[in-house]
Write a protein that binds this ligand. Structure first.
Ligand code: SAM
Length: 234
C-alpha cells in the first residue's frame, strides 16, 4: 500500500511528525512499526473539510466526523494499535470504522482488514477515501458489527472502537488461538475502561489499559438505539 504524495503536503508532514513525537511516543508508545504508520497516514484526509482542518486533524483530541460520531484522539488509536502487536500477517476485524483512519493505519501493519460501520454515509466515505489513498487490503462493510462477523472468522485481532456495556462473548469466540480483542467497556455516559483480551490455551487473559471515553456501540450486543434518531441514517 502506497499513500500518494500528491494528497499530502510538507505542512501536514511536519504536524504529523510532531503529533507522533509529542502525543504518541512521549506517552509511551514504542513499537517503531506503529510510530512509522502514524507518520505516513495523512490524518487530515479523514476529517470533514472546513476551517482549521490541519489544526483539528493533528490536535491532541478526538474530532467530529459527522452523524454524531468521532475520529479518536491520535494517542488512543496508537495505544489500541500497539496493544495488538501486529507482525504483518494478521487478519483483523474492526468494528466501528468511522472515518477509515484506523483502517488506514492497520493497512500498513497487517495482511487484511474487514471494517464494519453502522452509518451508511460514514461507511461509504471511509471506503472511498481508503480507495483514493491506495489501500488495497481493507474492505468496509455497512451494518451492525456488535456481534462481529462469524462468516469470515477467525480473526487474529478484533478492535471495537465504540464502548460496549459488557464483553460480547461472541467476539471472543471469533478469535484465533493467541488472538487479541481490544475494546472499551463501560457506561454510555459514565466511566469506561479500555480492556485487552488474549485467547490462550489456558483461557482468556484480561488486561486493563486505563480510562477512555468512546461513543457507544449501538446494536444487538451494544446499547439500544437512542430515542432521538435525528442523526441516524440507518
Ligand atoms: N476508529 C474510527 C476512526 O478512525 O475514525 C473512529 C470510530 S468512532 C469512535 C466509533 C464508530 O463506531 C462510529 O462511527 C459509530 O457509528 C460506529 N459504531 C457504533 N456502533 C456500531 C456497530 N454496532 N457496528 C458498527 N459500527 C458501529
Amino acid at each position: 500500500m502506497n499513500f500518494l504524495t500528491n494528497i499530502d503536503s510538507p505542512e501536514a508532514q511536519t504536524l504529523r511528525y510532531r503529533m507522533v513525537s509529542e502525543q504518541i511516543a512521549a506517552r509511551g508508545v514504542r513499537e517503531e512499526r506503529v510510530l512509522e504508520a502514524f507518520r505516513r497516514v495523512p490524518r487530515h484526509l479523514f476529517l470533514p473539510s472546513g476551517p482549521f482542518l490541519m489544526e483539528r486533524a493533528y490536535a491532541d483530541s478526538a474530532q467530529g466526523i459527522g452523524s454524531g460520531q468521532t475520529i479518536s484522539q491520535p494517542y488512543v488509536v496508537a495505544l489500541m494499535t500497539e496493544a495488538l502487536h501486529l507482525q504483518g500477517t494478521e487478519t483483523i476485524l474492526e468494528i466501528g470504522a468511522g472515518s477509515g483512519y484506523q483502517t488506514a493505519i492497520f493497512s500498513l501493519l497487517c495482511k487484511r482488514i474487514i471494517a464494519i460501520e453502522r452509518h451508511a454515509n460514514l461507511a461509504e466515505r471511509a471506503g472511498r477515501l481508503l480507495n483514493e489513498v491506495g489501500v488495497t487490503n481493507a474492505e468496509i462493510r455497512f451494518g451492525d458489527g456488535s456481534n462481529g462477523l462469524p462468516s469470515e472468522a477467525p480473526y487474529d485481532a478484533i478492535l471495537v472502537a465504540a464502548v460496549a456495556p459488557e464483553v460480547p462473548t461472541t467476539l471472543l469466540s471469533q478469535l484465533t488461538l493467541q488472538g487479541r480483542l481490544i475494546l472499551p467497556i463501560g457506561e454510555e455516559h459514565g466511566p469506561q475502561r479500555l480492556l485487552l483480551f488474549t485467547k490462550t490455551p489456558e483461557g482468556i487473559q484480561r488486561q486493563d489499559l486505563g480510562h477512555v471515553a468512546f461513543v457507544p456501540l449501538i446494536g444487538a450486543s451494544g446499547f439500544g438505539l437512542p430515542a432521538d434518531l435525528g442523526d441516524m441514517d440507518i
